[in-house]
Design a protein around this ligand. Structure first.
Ligand code: RB5
Length: 142
């Protein structure tokens, strides 16, 4: 299992906490930054993560910004990316189970660093259910 992660300046602490927690599970993480609180532009970190997921270099991606809206909007411009905005664990599980999300976006200004990991774990532990959901997922591209 390989994971790629990126954040803007709002999500640095959340990103670091998640990286350490994921690595403890023996999962390889590619960190695209940012790694300081100097102001940056979230698309610069969303695109490389999404490219890794699209190319198969990563099994899924994690994006973090203040609201998660900018990261979600950017990620979903990528043809093969389904990015769910996840602010709590049940939503995170459901975006895997129903939407087969391959990227999650976390709103750092609205969740604790611990909840950032709990939400990520809920997504990782969930399974895509397929069936009727595949019909809907197939209709997402326009
Ligand atoms: C940065 O201040 C903020 O705009 C960004 O983190 C994010 O919330 C954008 O959607």
């Amino acid at each position: 299992m390989k994971v790629s992660i990126g954040a803007d300046h709002a999500g640095v602490s959340h990103k670091q906490f998640i990286i350490e927690a994921i690595e403890k599970q023996g999962i390889e993480v590619t960190n695209y930054g940012t790694d300081s609180e100097d102001s940056v532009d979230y698309p610069d970190f969303a695109h490389p993560v999404c490219e890794d997921v699209s190319s198969g270099k990563a099994d899924f991606g994690i994006l973090i910004c203040g609201t998660a809206n900018g990261m979600t909007m950017t990620a979903n411009k990528h043809k093969d990316i389904r990015c769910g905005l996840c602010w709590e664990t049940e939503i995170a599980a459901l975006t895997k189970q129903h939407n087969n999300a391959n990227v999650i976006a976390l709103p750092a200004r609205f969740i604790s660093v611990e909840d950032g990991w709990n939400i990520t774990k809920a997504y990782m532990d969930a399974e895509y259910e397929g069936g009727r959901h595949q019909r809907r997922v197939d209709k997402i591209p326009c």
